[in-house]
Design a protein around this ligand. Structure first.
Ligand code: FE2
Length: 424
């Protein structure tokens, strides 16, 4: 396969990518008059090619259940958790698989090829986990999926969670989760983090915590996560998701915290679409934005990326898993719409996420890497975000797995008609 006439991030001019046996064999300057000895040529028409989008945080088990058995009327995380606990009583493997596969198809159509999903394992039958393990295998040619054994109801505060995490790992989970701010007491929260680390290190697994997803400025479990990561020299395998309480920490404490985060080498996964909806619900006015300190963390050299978290479920009632929606919201609430900030921001849904997920080899448009890439309908990152441009092609292992034909509109003014194409 040859992909000609494309732009590349952080480069000027146009390029041609050659793919042989699923591998990127050559990247060269585009020559308009060149005739290729290959039947499989895609003309990128000057659009931007980049590595596939990475979804670092989504709940495949809860998605597409909004309104079942009831809607979240307060809009809070904790009402959402209560609704989910009722819904999960009626889970079947078929139910979980069908919903997850629907969402996966939406992701594939929108340029996602790598995913980390949190699956609630505080269920003695492990129904959802078994369902997602099966789907992971069935979809493996299209999506590379990591599963976090996520103890939604806590580790110390729920009977038998430690054994369920171990069982989940033995069945095939890739990472150990935690939710320290949901445990009954601060001490239980600290103990839960330590237990997660013990299990993960013993079984050689990654860690990803739901960490401080609350507007309580006293919720400081991220320091415990980072300290454990540092002590165990394990930071590159550790992520703290959400970390919204950091929004409310005082600046003196945050300054001290940033040093620890920096030396611990952990990643922060923010979920701006969902947290702008869930947080600030107990505020009157002014209302907090409920997102971690993205710009400041990045400026301090700490790895940050953005995830979707939820699609049409008790925590968030909209969405299709489109990473540009996530990025758009995150850049607005973090006030990062400067030209250079927008251009750089695509790292937050590509390379930074890959780094958080430890996808460190074979990701990126480089000679020798597997030919996984997307071609987005725009000339550069700013252009793409401004118009929320679709993915024209998603290519995995040298084969097209998604092709979107951008839509056009006709307008009728003064007796004429004109075609308007927002996607070009
Ligand atoms: Fe989550």
């Amino acid at each position: 396969m040859i992909i000609k006439n494309i732009s590349l991030r952080n480069n000027t001019g146009l390029f041609t990518i050659h793919i042989v046996d699923h591998i990127i064999s050559k990247i060269e300057k585009f020559k308009a008059d060149e005739i290729y000895d290959d039947n499989d040529v895609i003309d990128g028409e000057g659009n931007l090619a980049m590595p596939p989008y990475v979804e670092p945080h989504i709940h495949y088990d809860t998605l597409l259940t909004a309104g079942e058995p009831r809607w979240n009327t307060s809009g809070t995380l904790f009402e959402g958790i209560g609704i989910w606990l009722d819904r999960k009583k009626s889970l079947t493997k078929k139910d979980v698989k069908e919903r997850a596969i629907t969402a996966m198809k939406w992701q594939i159509a929108q340029g996602v090829q790598f995913v980390r999903t949190h699956i609630d394992i505080t269920d003695h039958k492990l129904t959802a986990l078994e369902a997602i393990l099966e789907v992971k295998e069935e979809m493996s040619n299209y999506l590379e999926i990591q599963i976090v054994a996520f103890p939604q109801e806590g580790i110390v505060s729920f009977n038998g969670t430690e054994n369920l995490i171990i069982k989940a790992i033995e069945l095939g989970a890739d990472a150990v989760g935690g939710i320290p701010h949901f445990e009954f007491t601060r001490e239980d929260g600290v103990e839960s983090v330590k237990k997660s680390f013990e299990i993960a290190i013993k079984y050689d697994k990654m860690l990803d915590f739901h960490c401080d997803e609350i507007d309580d400025e006293q919720s400081r479990f991220i320091e415990v996560v980072a300290a454990e990561a540092h002590k165990n020299n394990y930071g590159k395998f550790v992520s703290a998701s959400h970390a919204t309480a950091m929004h409310s920490y005082n600046n003196a404490y945050t300054s001290k915290l940033f040093r620890l985060l920096s030396i611990s080498d952990i990643s922060i996964i923010a979920n701006p679409l969902v947290n702008i909806n869930l947080q600030g619900r107990f505020d009157t006015f002014p209302k907090r934005r409920g997102i971690t300190r993205v710009k400041e963390l990045l400026d301090s050299g700490i790895n940050v990326c953005f995830g979707t978290d939820d699609i049409f479920d008790p925590f968030y009632s909209l969405g299709t898993g489109n990473m540009l929606n996530v990025l758009n919201m995150g850049l607005h609430v973090c006030q990062m719409l400067g030209y250079e900030q927008v251009k750089k921001s695509f790292d937050l849904i590509t390379t930074n996420s890959a780094s958080a997920l430890n996808i460190t080899k074979d990701y990126g448009l480089e000679v020798g890497n597997t030919a996984n890439l997307i071609i987005v309908s725009g000339k550069d990152e700013f252009d793409i975000l401004r118009r929320m441009a679709p993915i024209e092609y998603s290519i995995r292992k040298g084969k097209v797995i998604a092709h979107t034909i951008p839509s056009v509109s006709k307008i009728f003014i003064n007796g004429t008609n004109e075609v308007i194409n927002f996607n070009k």
